[in-house]
Each structure stands twice: as C-alpha cells, then as structure tokens.
Ligand binder design. Structure first.
Ligand code: 9PG
Length: 448
C-alpha cells in the first residue's frame, strides 16, 4: 500500500506543561519513549544514521513528534490518554505527527489509515490495551519461551575467532552456567551476502557447530540476510537481486562497516531461493537459533522485481527464512517493529547496549546503556504479546560503565536472557549477576 496524503485527524486540548507524548520508533534501534509535550522527539545525527537506524523514507527533522504507526498523548489535565495507531500495522505503517497548533492545542497529522482510541489514564496501560487488541485480531499464539544464550558480539565484535567461541564454550562448562545456546555473531562470514563462505578466522562452521553440540549446547548464528556488501560475490554475480534506486543503480540501504550497503530484493524468486539455501544449509548443520539483523533493509523503498509493497516484500523474506529453519528459534534485530508482528519468537526492542553509558554523539539510536534502557522500557508492553522482548545482552564485566544499572534494566525488561562478556573476564560480582539472570524465568508479561 502506498502512503496517502497527509490529513489532520485530530486537534486535542492539552495542558502544555504537564502533557506527555509517547512516540514509537520504526525499527529495533529507533528511539521510542515518552516526552514532555513541549519537547521534540529524538532525531538522527546525519543522513547515514537516518537510513540505518530510523525510518528511511520519513522526514528526519521538523518540530514535535513522529510515531511510526503508534503515538499516544496524555493531555496532562486528567483527561483520557489518546492512542493513535495503524489500522493494519503489518501492512501499512503511517507516520503519525503531533505538533502544537496553538498554545494549548496539539494537532495530529497522518499519512495513512489510523485509528483513534481513548483509553484510561496512563500511557503504558493504553498501549498494552491496544497491543491486546492486535493479538486478538491476528490470533497470535503466546510466544515460545526463549532459550538462554551466550553471544559473541559485545566483547569480540567483528574480530571474533573460532578459538574465542570455543574458549567460551569451555568456560560456560567450567563455570557451570545455565547457557542453552552459543550464538556466533557478526565476523564469521566472508562478506555480507556471502553467508556460506567464511572469514579467515573460522575454519568450518559445520565442524564448530558439531563440537558445540557435542559439548552439550545448542548453536546460534547471526545473519544480516537482507544486506549485501557491494564487494561481495553475491553483488558481483547477481546484481539483478538488488533493490534499485530511482536511477536504476542499487538503492542505498545504509552505511556501516566502513561501506555503503545494498539490499536484497526478496521479491526476486532466485534471491528467495538463495535465502532458503543459506538458512536450510545452516539448519542442516544443527544450528537452531537465528538472530537475523539489519532486516529493515528488506523494507526499504525502491524498485523490485515483483510488484509487492516494500512491507509485503519484507514479510515474504522473513517468511522464507522461517520456513527454511524449521522449528528453529527466530530473533529479529534492526527490524521494522510493527510489520514484524506474527513472524518472530523474539525481537530486539532497543538500540545496542555497549560499555559506555551515553551515546557517543548524542544520537539515541546509538550503542549505549542509556539509549538501550529508554527504548527498551518504552516497548516493555510488547513482551509476551507480540513476542519475547530482547533488551539486548547482559554485559557486566568491570569496564562496563554503570553495569549495575544495565543489569537492573535487563532484569526488569528482559524476556530473552543473553550474556555477551568474555566469560573469563568476569569478576565475582559480574559472574554472580550473570548466573542469576540466566537462571531466572522471565515473567510472561511486564505490563498487565
Ligand atoms: C553486529 C551487530 C550486533 C548487534 C546488532 C547490530 O547504528 N549503527 O551503526 C549500528 C551498528 C551496529 C549495530 C547496530 C547499530 O549492531 O544490534 O547486536 O549483532 O549488529 O554487527
């Protein structure tokens, strides 16, 4: 569905000094939160950030607030909370703008089909009630409980080696930690797109997966299935599998790892067949936990082989992955949130954590304890309804700033429990916190 012209659907009387506005971001890393009505929602620092971490096709500046498919207003005068939400959030996600149109009036403008609900006195309760309706309308089953995970990213980053993975398998055993899945993150692959070819730091994923399973753990992997490195074999061999921009050249799908990025066209039958091949091959190696990342790229606007909308193309790609992994557990990351309803076991609901408390350049989509905490809290109502919430990994080694606060957030808002320290780097406190958080059973819901 294409977006419609902008229409003003409401003008609300508010008490400007006490009114508060909830704004929901587009994808996992997009800031979400509740702010004083006289403020302005968080904005990307620069165009690269905008595409990678916010909604690529939305205007990134301007006054007031912009919820992608969801925005709520507490008028601050004791009146009911007003929720504005996409009518069919998996198919069409209107941008919902809220700006002051007078000293005590808030105008709400939308570019698609939006329902307007008045519900209770607190924003979080109203959002949960809306989510309950979505669950009922889509007959969503209760999410499958998540396994406990060790993830390689937040200590080793892209430089992870096979020996690093193995060291942590052995440490998990020696420390007797309740870790079900050893998840290999970014760094094993030859290039984004060339998922079945290895970087020099890994000898064989199949053999490594076999060893991990013999050691009594399950195996998980990270894949960014809808991103393509321009320098990959895939881009060279199959330029016809790439989403195209207006000029016919591959569309810009973001910039990371020091390179511009392309997107895979999931409406192309051969590209879909390739996805099937990648994921079914990995599943055949005994991998049964998949973190699929940067998947916003599957929904970027652009020219595609088929005539589906970007969101339909996105869902088609994820459905193909789902089919290819059988009963495997599926975690989304960098994912358009509302269009992912009904497709995932678990969902990253925040920007990345990291050893620093504040985002380096003040952009709240960027790795930091504070940004991850604010957005993870703001999406707590989704846990147990749409999926299991992944607040991002627990990191509690001594050099993590305010690690006590981060662990408390993971405990409060975490459905999926993953540790991502080098286990040998934990001090006594960090080890104890890791053991107890991995051992706890998360509540079915955080918001009733
Ligand atoms: C692997 C990582 C980890 C991590 C994911 C994702 O804005 N950025 O530049 C940006 C970079 C990386 C990133 C998120 C945002 O991290 O969330 O857990 O898997 O990829 O590359």
């Amino acid at each position: 569905m294409t977006s419609m012209a902008v229409t003003r659907i409401a003008e609300i009387e508010i008490a400007p000094d006490t009114a508060r506005i909830y704004e929901h971001g587009w994808q996992s890393w997009s800031p979400s939160g509740t702010y004083p009505a006289l403020d302005r929602g968080p904005h990307p620092v620069g165009e690269r950030r905008h595409v990678l971490c916010y909604r690529p096709e939305s205007v990134s500046d301007g006054p007031g607030f912009r919820g992608e498919g969801l925005l709520a207003v507490d008028p601050g005068d004791g009146g009911a909370v007003q929720v504005f939400a996409a009518v069919s959030p998996v198919e069409q996600v209107p941008s919902i703008r809220a700006t002051l149109s007078g000293p005590t009036t808030l105008a709400v403008d939308v570019d698609g089909d939006v329902e307007w609900r008045r519900d209770g006195e607190d924003i979080v309760g109203a959002l949960a009630a809306w989510a309950d309706d979505i669950v009922a309308r889509h007959s969503l089953p209760a999410p499958r409980p998540a396994p406990t995970v060790w993830c390689s990213w937040y200590h080793y980053f892209t430089q992870v080696t096979e020996d690093d993975i193995w060291e942590n398998v052995e440490m998990a055993e020696r420390l007797d930690l309740p870790i079900d899945v050893i998840q290999i993150d970014d760094g094993y692959q030859a290039a984004l797109g060339d998922w079945l070819s290895l970087s020099g730091r890994f000898a064989s994923l199949e053999a490594l997966a076999g060893r991990i399973r013999e050691a009594g753990r399950r195996v998980g992997i990270w894949v960014a299935p809808f991103l393509v490195d321009p320098a990959s074999r895939l881009a060279a061999d199959h330029p016809e599998w790439l989403v195209r921009g207006v000029d016919g050249a591959p569309a810009f799908a973001g910039h990371n790892w020091g390179t511009d990025l392309y997107a895979l066209d999931t409406t192309h039958p051969a590209a879909l067949a390739y996805l099937h091949d990648v994921f079914s091959t990995m599943a055949g190696w005994g991998i049964d936990y998949f973190k699929i990342d940067f998947i916003y790229a599957g929904a970027i606007p652009g020219g595609r082989y088929g005539s589906e909308s970007p969101l339909a193309a996105y869902r088609r790609g994820v459905e193909m992955i789902r089919t290819s992994i059988g009963d495997g557990y599926l975690l989304g990351c960098g994912a358009p949130i509302l269009p992912s309803i009904g497709l995932f076991d678990a969902m990253r609901v925040s920007p990345d954590t990291g050893p620093e408390y504040l985002p380096s350049d003040g952009d709240f989509s960027q790795p930091s304890i504070l940004a991850a905490t604010v957005t993870g809290e703001a999406r707590a109502f989704q846990h147990g309804r749409f999926w299991v919430n992944d607040p991002d990994c627990l990191i509690v080694r001594p050099e993590v700033e305010r690690r006590v606060e981060w662990a408390a957030h993971v405990e409060r808002c975490g459905g999926l429990m993953a540790s991502s320290d080098r286990l040998a780097s934990l001090d006594a406190w960090g080890l104890e916190r890791t053991r107890s958080l991995l051992g706890r059973t998360p509540p079915a819901r955080f918001v009733s």
